[in-house]
Design a protein around this ligand. Structure first.
Ligand SMILES: Cc1ncc(COP(=O)(O)O)c(C=O)c1O
Length: 417
């Protein structure tokens, strides 16, 4: 049985007893370490690390990163307001959204930086907004990602302004007297340094077309290996390769371009664990499967259902030691939905896979690891009327602090008339 990544069996039992299950747990120490690694990303002419808060937008995490000098990317005006509520200065916030925020003018007046993701967004900004500086998000023509669901570049992606529309961008900038001073692209480039090199070159070619661009944001997409065989991006290796292109660009053009990176997963994925309880065990006979039913699932963790990915799942007995006997099981969630499977076939969300655990007993705990990113912030909240799970942060001194309470039934229905 593999050890838990940052919890101990005793801590799992204590947290489950104090706050119930399912419960998300985060580690401040791991959060700080990831942030420090990102802040050390090699760069030639300056670096801003911008956390993509869609990965996990809980206030305690935002405040921690804010105190470490990290900036933020918001994907809706609601995310912008969440940042403001947590005391983030507007100058640290960029808005990169699929939908035009209804209160964009007010946000821009407060100092939020706008990243136009379509020609329509750029034109709207140009027509009505007092600040003339703007960033543009480009779709550079290639994509990357472990599945179509996570690929955010290339012809099948609606994110950003298509690379062939540079002349239209220039025309809009001229028409509305806009200064395009930042360029952004996020294709989810992953772990392969060669992909980062290719995208850096493509992006710097676009920077060449816009003489006032002083900052190039390369997006996020740095991978965290969750399961055996999955790679974690080495930021130093990627950074050194990216930096070389910025230096060459300066030598060629005399322009020192500042670098921004915009990680989501890299900053938070590995710092999270989801503790749940085993509710039931069923089987479908000799030719079928043994199933473990848990009190979590897509209501707290949607990634297996959405992407066909697995997370490490480890057993912590409610009482006593890890049993010697093992059992091969399918782990499922509690939602009335056949897709609520925590062990799908990797790469095929519709497939069913098994894992082998020390023999689980009803009432035991399962710890689902690497759930800091795109879990609490991206799940099927309130489906089957399960309340939103609480979140706990383990401080550096080892103290487990509740940072979000479990939702109540009253809160779930409070807006109903
Ligand atoms: C605009 C933008 N920036 C950054 C990210 C962060 O990506 P990741 O979590 O893969 O680092 C995303 C995620 O989809 C994004 O849409």
């Amino acid at each position: 049985m593999q050890a838990l990544k940052f919890l101990t069996p005793d801590l799992v039992r204590q947290i489950a007893a104090a706050y119930g299950t399912p419960v998300y747990v985060y580690s401040e120490a791991v959060l700080r370490k990831s942030a420090q690694t990102a802040l050390a990303f090699p760069n030639a002419y300056g670096l801003t690390v911008r956390y993509a808060i869609k990965a996990n937008s809980t206030g305690a995490i935002l405040s921690l990163f804010n105190s470490m000098g990290i900036h933020f990317d918001a994907s809706s005006s609601y995310e912008v307001h969440r940042l403001l509520l947590n005391g983030v200065h507007p100058s640290r916030i960029q808005l990169t959204a699929q939908e035009l925020a209804p209160d964009l003018k007010e946000l821009v007046e407060r100092g939020i930086f706008f990243n136009a993701c379509s020609l329509h967004q750029l034109e709207t900004y140009g027509k009505g907004f007092p600040v003339r500086n703007v960033s543009i998000r480009i779709n550079p023509g290639i994509g990357s990602g472990h599945s179509n669901r996570t690929n955010v570049g290339g012809p099948s992606s609606s994110f950003g302004i298509w690379i062939e529309h540079l002349e239209e961008i220039k025309a809009l900038a001229a028409k509305y007297d806009l200064t395009i001073n930042k360029l952004h692209s996020h294709i989810g480039s992953g772990s392969d340094p060669a992909v980062w090199e290719k995208v850096t070159k493509m992006n710097l070619d676009v920077v060449r077309e816009f003489p006032e661009v002083h900052t190039l944001n390369m997006g996020g997409g740095f991978k965290i290996g969750r399961m055996p065989g999955e790679a974690t991006t080495d930021l130093q290796v990627v950074g050194v390769r990216v930096k070389r292109f910025f230096t060459n660009f300066y030598n060629e053009t005399g322009r020192k371009i500042k670098l921004e990176i915009e990680p989501g997963s890299f900053l938070v994925a590995a710092n999270g664990a989801l503790i749940c309880s085993i509710d039931d065990k069923v089987d479908t006979g000799k030719e079928g499967y043994r199933f473990i039913k848990t009190d979590t699932g897509m209501s707290e963790i949607l990634r297996p259902t959405l992407y066909g990915v697995q997370h490490p799942i480890k057993l912590v007995p409610k009482n006593g030691d890890i049993p010697g006997m093992q059992e091969t099981v399918v782990v499922v969630g509690h939602s009335c939905e056949s897709g609520d499977i925590l062990t799908p076939t990797p790469g095929d969300a519709e497939g069913v896979d098994t894992i082998t655990l020390p023999r689980p007993v009803i009432g035991d705990y399962l710890v689902i690891e690497d759930t800091g990113a795109y879990c609490a912030s991206m799940c099927a909240v309130n489906y089957n009327s399960f309340p939103q799970a609480p979140e706990v942060l383990i401080r550096e001194n080892g103290e487990a602090t509740l940072i979000r309470k479990r939702q109540t039934l009253e809160q779930m229905v409070e807006n109903e008339l």
